[in-house]
Design a protein around this ligand. Structure first.
Ligand code: ADP
Ligand code: MG
Length: 337
């Protein structure tokens, strides 16, 4: 059994030297938060890193599902409670993504995730009767959320989690703060959720590598400016039992790990939370439904890798996408509107 946390390799990082308040000075920090390793590179004053970490801590303090002092924990324990500040915003936006994806993203899947052991690392395949029982309480439509007061009320037996969107949201919130402080160049890696600000200091695009879901090597690179790149894959957290692989992305219709024919989904867009929530839910939907949702949308592009190693990219990425040298023979299919 393995528990793996893998984040994309970040290519082309230029560390330029300069004085500390200079916009070409790279301030860098690695730290553990939100159950993952975060790596921030901010071009500007070192003090900005502290501001960035304060934003992460604020979100985690309020929205952590495992910290008994968090607002979210109290809601799960008591069946109701209040979310404030950034946690309220995270809740509102996550709920609307649940609707947008028709429940492929469902914030009430948490008890199922726990039954499979993904919250603790005590992995197990639950009894089918247990899954059926827990699934009867999974339905984001039954979450009552009052956006004006922040009051959340859950039906008996339901528990919610904002983990599928939390890191994307956190990256977006840090980026907003840094932009406010005048930062024009930064690379924020929140455990595989990448958020960029502006371009590299030399004005060129950030090149973000996406790995081969089967092997931990870079398979392709997307070039972005001011956007988020978020990947969900079956390799991020999984266990093996009796020759079967079980991963942490759940299909809310079955209560089992999503088995839609996809191995990884990367979403590229302006809104980090949307990218994070869509990477999880398009993985659940499978290629055909995911492509339909993309065709009806104008706020993201996507890269899909299938079980058989085929690559599909949406047409808006065509000029910002390249395979790495080792994968140059891989056919790339273009998804058009
Ligand atoms: P990671 O957190 O590893 O980057 P994701 O962003 O894809 O991965 O989120 C996966 C997490 O979201 C899981 O660990 C689980 O807690 C939760 N989750 C799994 N399936 C779903 C789902 N269908 N809807 C909402 N949350 C989910
Ligand atoms: Mg996600």
């Amino acid at each position: 059994m393995k528990r793996m946390l893998i984040f994309p390799l970040l290519l082309g990082l230029l560390a330029l030297t300069g004085c500390n308040s200079d916009r070409t000075h790279a301030s860098e920090e690695s730290f553990f938060a939100m159950d993952t390793v975060m790596q921030f590179t901010v071009y500007g004053d070192d003090a900005l890193l502290k501001d960035a970490q304060d934003v992460i801590a604020d979100i985690e303090d309020k929205a952590s599902v495992t910290n008994p002092d968090s607002e979210l924990y109290a809601i799960n324990r008591d069946g109701s409670g209040v979310l404030t500040g950034r946690a309220a915003e995270l809740m509102e936006d996550t709920l609307s993504l649940c609707q947008r994806t028709d429940g492929a993203l469902d914030l009430s899947i948490y008890p199922i995730v726990r039954a499979w052991g993904f919250t603790t690392g005590n992995y197990q395949v639950p009894e089918e009767s247990t899954i059926t029982d827990l699934l009867s309480h999974v339905d984001y439509n039954q979450v009552q959320y009052d956006v004006t007061t922040g009051i959340v009320t859950l039906p008996a037996g339901m528990e919610i989690d904002l983990g599928s969107t939390g890191k994307g949201f956190a990256g977006q919130q840090v980026a907003a703060l840094l932009r406010e402080k005048g930062v024009t160049s930064a690379l924020l890696n929140l455990g595989g959720n990448v958020q960029t600000i502006g371009t590299k200091p030399d004005g060129s695009l950030w090149e973000i590598a996406i790995r081969d879901p089967k092997e931990n090597v870079p398979m392709m690179v997307v070039s972005v400016n001011d956007q988020a790149v978020v990947t969900s894959g079956g390799y991020e957290r999984y266990f093996e039992q009796d020759g079967q692989t079980y991963w942490h992305i759940m299909d809310p219709t079955t209560g089992h790990p999503a088995d839609s024919g996809l191995r990884s989904v990367s979403i590229i867009g302006d809104d980090g939370l949307t990218c994070d929530g869509l990477s999880t839910s398009l993985f659940v939907m499978g290629l055909e439904k995911a492509a339909e949702l993309w065709a009806q949308s104008d706020d993201f592009e996507a890269v899909f890798v299938t079980d058989t190693g085929e690559v599909y990219i949406t047409e808006g990425l065509a000029d910002h996408f390249a395979l790495t040298e080792d994968y140059s023979d891989t056919p790339v299919n273009l998804i058009r509107r």
